[in-house]
Design a protein around this ligand. Structure first.
Ligand code: PMP
Length: 356
């Protein structure tokens, strides 16, 4: 029943992308077209552009008085933050090392840990909320090397406080990787803890709030000494010159992203209250650019899937029956990317049709 290609769908709301039209950007194609040249292996221009953006936006974060500017030498660029997550495991773990993550969380942590022959232990959430004490206890019992913590979490959208992250840093010996793929849509970041904790690593991406998913650009923010260790494991030319040049151009003016984030945040509130008016569903309040919705009843879940597929609307389905790797607590859940009011209203209309 599902269409073969993503391009066959009218609305793509399954991968938390932005829906903006890149052709509206004015880019200087001169440098972008230098296909014949290898890129700069250190990506210094892009690292500088990213650190400038982070430092300009520091007042958006909950660390005004303790903010230390992020230096380009605290960054590594990867082909998406996926590559950075793998780089972290390749450089900081050995075969058989224990890696922890809450469950449910981003499924890639399991795949990447398998790739490096580590052992992922999943610590169940309580009512979809990350169990920090559970992570601390598991870290002690299993001598975990790395803890992955998506904040906000994917697919629940749940947010951990800076205090909770600090507790994890203080009470475990593990490297704590705070995956901030969606941080721009929330009010929390661990950036201001970097000065204090050498074993804190933060990953970010240009795929979500900056709308550049196809460029495959993500980055690590950590201490200069961690960056120097990880840099030895990075492939010399990991990112393309084309992606780097486009991103540098785009980051010169990020007003489009600021406006988009603002729009998503207000849509999120409205979507949550509109969904709550429907029967037989539970909308989970979250802090990212998506919303998790639990459908009550197998039959309704399947009917909704048919309605979405028929209308050419792609959302993310979770059903523990279909795939042993999906957490039980996500049974009959769908995750819908929040983009514009208009796109959300299409989703809501389809849901109303099925759940009436
Ligand atoms: N972390 C989380 C929590 C994500 O949801 C995603 C994308 N789905 C990523 C990392 C990877 O993003 P990218 O590789 O596009 O930077």
């Amino acid at each position: 029943m599902e269409k073969q290609l993503r391009s066959e769908y009218k609305l793509l709301l399954d991968a938390n992308e932005m829906n903006f039209d890149p052709s509206t950007l004015t880019l200087d194609w001169g440098k972008i077209k230098e296909f014949n040249r290898y890129p700069d292996p250190t990506s210094i221009e892009l690292r500088t552009a990213i650190s400038d953006v982070l430092n300009q936006k520091r007042l958006n974060y909950d660390c005004e008085n303790q903010y230390h500017p992020i230096l380009p030498n605290q960054l590594i660029i990867g082909t998406g933050s996926d590559e950075i997550l793998k780089l972290i495991l390749e450089s900081l773990t050995d075969k058989g090392s224990v890696v922890l993550s809450p469950t449910p969380s981003f499924s890639e942590y399991e795949k990447l840990t398998e790739l490096v022959k580590g052992k992922l232990i999943k610590v169940p959430c309580n009512d979809l909320k990350v169990d920090i004490e559970g992570l601390i206890n598991a870290s002690k019992s299993f001598e975990a090397r790395v803890i992955f913590l998506a904040n906000p979490n994917n697919p629940t959208g749940q947010l951990m406080t800076k205090f909770e992250i600090e507790k994890l840093l203080l009470e475990t010996d593990a490297y704590v990787v705070v995956d901030e793929a969606y941080a721009e849509f929330s009010e929390v970041t661990a950036l201001c803890l970097l000065e204090k904790y050498e074993k804190l690593l933060i990953t970010r991406t240009l795929s979500k709030a900056y709308g550049l998913a196809s460029l495959r650009l993500g980055y690590l923010i950590a201490s200069e000494s961690i960056v120097s260790v990880l840099s030895d494991y990075k492939m010399t030319y990991n990112i393309t010159g084309v992606s780097e040049s486009i991103a540098i151009e785009v980051l010169k003016n990020t007003t489009y992203a600021d406006q988009y984030i603002k729009g998503v945040k207000s849509l999120r509130k409205r979507a949550f209250s509109l969904l709550n008016e429907l029967e037989n569903i539970m909308a989970i309040p979250g802090e990212a650019n998506f919303i998790l919705i639990k459908i009550i009843g197998d039959q309704r879940y399947l009917q909704l899937k048919v309605a979405f597929e028929t209308a050419g609307v792609k959302v993310r389905y979770f059903n523990s029956g279909n795939n042993g790797k999906v957490d039980e607590s996500l049974n009959n859940c769908i995750r819908v990317t929040l983009t514009t009011e208009e796109e959300f209203m299409t989703v809501l209309g389809l849901m109303k049709g099925v759940l009436k």
